[in-house]
Write a new protein. Sequence first.
Length: 288
Amino acid sequence: MKKMFLPVAMAGLLLSLGSCVSKKEFTKLQTDYTYLQSLYNQSQVDLASSRTRVKSLEERLADAQRLNAELKRQYVSLQGSLDKSLIQNNQGSINISKLVDEINASNRYIKQLVEAKTKSDSLNLVLTNNLTRSLTRDELQEVDVQVLKGVVYVSLADNMLYRSGSYEVNDRAKTTLSKIAKILSDYREFEVLVEGNTDNVPISRPNIRNNWDLSALRASSVVQVLQRDFGISPKRLSAAGRGEYNPVATNDTEIGRQRNRRTQIIITPKLDQFLDLIDKAPATSEQQ
């Protein structure tokens, strides 16, 4: 409320003093007002950015809470097995030492899973913040960066990347793609899927059969720019086209169709470490 009051108050002061101060003083007041107005505008941009970061942290908290609930469930199950084993041991039918070893092995496995997920979440947050800071205010009008369920989504408007009905990346877009490529180069442990999306308006080009073709060709063009122009390893890159079948808004309005015409760069941690951990899951007595 105070931030809104300051520019309004200055404006009122300028109007009231315009007729009773010197031109030099009036010009200084105008300059001060313009400066305060710019500070106010920047504070609104910072507020929006903070809200986005809060939303991302809330999603991470929800993921952590779900993981914590699963760990508690496993703990209760293991504790139940131990209690049952203690009873059976009194009857001379189980080896307590072996069960304790199994519990310790399970605890080590759970710790490895938690550490792997924490590292992945931290890298996602750093990557997102670095990418957002590298983009200009104008670029952020056409680029949306979000973290959803441990995956970074960078959505680029098609009118920034290509001409209407074309799949060739224009020079202006390459400036933005160079900044994204710089982040990808800094985080080599992430894999990259480029996904093309269109609206439901049929394409009418002799060399493009339908929106499936157009979306796939656009994704392929971005992948080739990342590889050829900016040196991203092709082993990390994949291209996919989803045509008109993955809309984020209605196709009944021009604004909705414009939102649906997008290319997404989807950045994910490599799954090797998680798959290795799954393969190394300790066996229990019941599985042996």
